[in-house]
Design a protein around this ligand. Structure first.
Ligand code: GLY
Ligand code: MN
Ligand code: MN
Length: 500
């Protein structure tokens, strides 16, 4: 039988870190009664929490395998992978909580992670034992329950029981206060993912020092392990892409309203993000909704411009699903449903670059060659259009690269739990690395002619195009996982017209 919340009667204030502050932070305006009669009254007469019968999540067995790989690499070390704290957005209001990706990778705990949780792998002589330390339900007899606005269950909703989390994730669970005690005994064998929780890292450094550790190796190892996706991850990315495709359709279906609003870009963002919240956890990154010349700003997230007939809209957006995997897709479409001649010329050049990059992808190639394949097409087109002050060959050489003025960003990055996934992987496994079956990355060439760029004719200025797809490397080649979202100029026009 599941334990009732009342059985977890931890005392008030039995929390770590910033959450202790929640009760005193707003003492000047708190109306919470402080007398013991009230405390007794609010603590009692609650029904038992209904017993649930949790089953292990599908990711449980995958995460166990991932932990085995990590365990073998860190034999004899106590490995600490924090989920991280809540991050203040403004004084006592917080950004939506998002666990560190490495924590989710090794635990399978996604959007419903209890903030401040920590995965610890403890050496057991034959590998490691995995334990998730988290803040158990405090119990209704505690002040935390009703007076802590950050974490009190009266305020933010119930936390799961240790039995529940243990069953769903397939790991042992212990309370966060136990982790605090364990941390006091840390020695030089402890390793931590430093960036995930600064407070825990600082505390640990105080115990074992910060110099001679394997911390950097851990950051690198988990990034490199995540380069090749397992079946569960690929399925989750597919789900993220499907929801993202739906979000793009939602936007195209709302273009009448978008065109009529002085900040139509914001309506695009809102419409897409609505889908992300409804069908997923959130967006995987800030939605880029860029109309007209704003499309030339590569990460335009201000999204406060109008959307006019005659404009192209560049929309770069991705739904992050509950397991925290995200899509990262860009489409550029004409608001009117028809590309102008110059817009179409630029659009199809970018598509040709994307297709050229895609055509070389298979296991065994070098990752940076994907970028080179796209750039060869981009450079050829801007040379043909007469924009380069040097020959095509000179521009493609290391001492040239003039064509990069019109596409300054890279063509590809790995994709998974983080939109820019595996960022700490070494260069020899990332940019210079061999492409392997099971990798997922973007192909996203673009051309951007800024509104004030005097190197291009006036009719090119203010045109920005990017086409971004999510690519899975298969045994013999590659699959464009996002190909169901219209990509060719003709298909995009038909898509806009159909949904307008
Ligand atoms: N959305 C950011 C990127 O495409 O890398
Ligand atoms: Mn993108
Ligand atoms: Mn991208």
């Amino acid at each position: 039988m599941a334990m009732s919340l009342l059985q977890h009667s931890f005392t008030a204030w039995q929390t770590v870190g910033m959450t202790d502050d929640a009760v005193t932070r707003n003492a000047n305006r708190s109306t919470t009664p402080q007398n013991s009669a009230f405390h007794t009254y609010i603590s009692g007469n609650w029904a038992d929490t209904p017993a649930l019968d949790p089953t292990q999540r599908e990711q449980g067995s995958w995460c166990a395998r991932r932990r085995d790989v990590l365990s073998a690499a860190f034999e004899g070390n106590t490995v600490v992978l924090p989920a991280g704290p809540m991050i203040s957005r403004s004084y006592d209001t917080f950004h939506p909580y998002r666990a560190h990706s490495a924590f989710s990778y090794y635990t399978g705990w996604g959007s419903d992670t209890v903030p401040d949780s920590v995965l610890v792998l403890t050496p057991n002589g034959d590998g490691h034992d995995a334990t998730v330390f988290f803040r158990f339900p405090a119990g209704r007899g505690t002040q935390e329950f009703y007076s802590n606005a950050d974490i009190g269950e009266f305020w933010v909703g119930p936390r799961p029981t240790p039995e529940h989390v243990a069953a769903e994730l397939g790991v042992a669970t212990r309370s966060l206060s136990d982790f605090d005690e364990l941390l006091q005994q840390a020695d030089s064998n402890w390793v931590i993912l430093r960036e995930a929780d600064v407070a825990i890292t600082t505390e640990l450094d105080g115990r074992r020092g910060a110099g001679d550790t394997r911390d950097a190796e851990l950051a690198q190892f988990q990034s490199e392990q995540r380069l090749v996706k397992d079946e569960f991850e690929i399925a989750e990315i597919r789900r993220a892409i499907a929801a993202t495709a739906q979000g793009f359709d939602d936007v195209l279906s709302s273009m009448g309203e978008v065109r009529a609003h002085p900040r139509g870009e914001r309506l695009i963002e809102g419409t897409f993000n609505r889908r992300a919240r409804a069908d997923g956890n959130f967006v995987g990154y800030e939605t880029i909704a860029a109309a007209g010349a704003n499309a030339c700003y590569l990460h335009w997230t201000r999204n406060d411009g109008p959307v006019r007939d005659g404009d192209l809209v560049l929309m770069d957006a991705g739904v992050e699903v509950e397991s925290l995997y995200t899509a990262d897709i860009t489409r550029t479409f004409p608001v009117s449903g028809t590309f102008s001649e110059t817009q179409r010329l630029v659009y199809e050049a970018v598509r040709e670059a994307a297709d050229a990059a895609f055509s070389i992808v298979k296991p065994g190639i070098i990752f940076r060659d994907v970028h080179a394949a796209a750039m060869a097409v981009i450079a050829r087109h801007v040379a043909e259009w007469g924009f380069l002050p040097v020959t095509l060959a000179e521009s493609l050489g290391d001492e040239g690269q003039h064509h990069r003025r019109y596409m300054i960003h890279g063509t590809s990055h790995h994709l998974g739990l983080d939109v820019h996934d595996c960022p700490q992987a070494r260069r020899e496994f990332y940019k210079d690395g061999v492409v392997l079956e099971g990798m997922v990355f973007t192909i996203e060439p673009g051309l951007y002619f800024q509104i004030d760029d005097l190197t291009v004719p006036e009719h090119f200025r203010g045109i920005g195009v990017r086409i971004e797809d999510n690519i899975l490397v298969t045994a013999n080649g590659a699959e464009n996982m996002s190909s169901s979202i219209p990509r060719t100029a003709d298909a995009v026009e038909a898509w806009v017209t159909r949904l307008s």
